[in-house]
Design a protein around this ligand. Structure first.
Ligand SMILES: C[S@@+](CC[C@H](N)C(=O)[O-])C[C@H]1O[C@@H](n2cnc3c(N)ncnc32)[C@H](O)[C@@H]1O
Length: 216
């Protein structure tokens, strides 16, 4: 299986793959398990579901999803990330019979139309510019079966003072204009424009990470 990085204008995290798990657990302030469980609950999984995770990083969420699925019934989860090093770490730490990892750009998915029951994404969309956000959503729409579920957790318009401070500091510290787009609140409109039902914000974490749900 090739694990070369895929060219993209997104901010990939090849350089951080080996330390990513450590820093993410700190950034999510000890709430990572609760946050991942909430996403999984909203995915409303059936044992035979085929699930796609966009920008999967080291595959923590994929592993938890895979444990809810039944391999014998055809249940599987596929995590894609444009960073080859992330895919290498994910395969090594979290690969399993029904948990696949592939190096791929979310804006150019190498999957057939309507082959997934659910698409999920955590903290990926603030890594890509507006046009790639649009392309990734339209690709998610294409590969989802009719009625398929979409759950996206990502930076959004802050709802608390602390959330505003953290998100604006992140935007400038990481020199990441893609974060500014999320802070402006572009995601719900982009999700709807890709063809999905108007998304709901199910919950907010830390005053700046929204968890959106929608359907094809
Ligand atoms: C902040 S990490 C999130 C990882 C994981 N989903 C999580 O919640 O911990 C964002 C990920 O998006 C990946 N990424 C950036 N641009 C991408 C693209 N165009 N297609 C796929 N993945 C991309 C990065 O390499 C990185 O692993």
């Amino acid at each position: 299986m090739p694990t070369n990085s895929i060219p993209t204008r997104g901010r990939t995290l090849d350089y951080a793959a080996n330390v990513y798990d450590f820093f993410e657990s700190i950034l999510l302030l000890g709430k990572q398990a609760e946050y991942d469980q909430k996403i999984i609950q909203l995915l409303d999984l059936k044992p035979s579901d085929k699930v796609l995770d966009l920008g999967c990083g080291t595959g923590v969420l994929c592993k938890m999803i895979g444990e809810k699925l039944d391999t014998q019934s055809g249940g599987s989860v596929t995590g894609i990330d444009a960073a080859g090093n992330m895919i290498k770490v994910a395969r090594k730490k979290r690969g399993a019979a029904n948990i696949y990892f592939k190096a791929m750009a979310a804006e150019n998915l190498d999957f057939e139309d309507e082959c997934f029951d659910a698409v999920v994404s955590s903290l990926f969309f603030h890594h890509v510019p507006l046009d790639l956000k649009e392309k990734a959503l339209s690709e998610a729409y294409r590969v989802l079966k009719p009625g398929g579920r979409l759950v996206i957790a990502d930076m959004h318009r802050p709802t608390t003072m602390m959330g505003a401070i953290v998100s604006h500091i992140s935007r400038w510290f990481f020199m990441q204009p893609q974060i500014a787009e999320n802070i402006r609140g572009v995601l719900p409109q982009l999700i709807a424009s890709a063809g999905f039902a108007q998304p709901h914000i199910e919950t907010m974490y830390f005053g700046y990470i929204a968890v959106f749900t929608s359907r094809k």
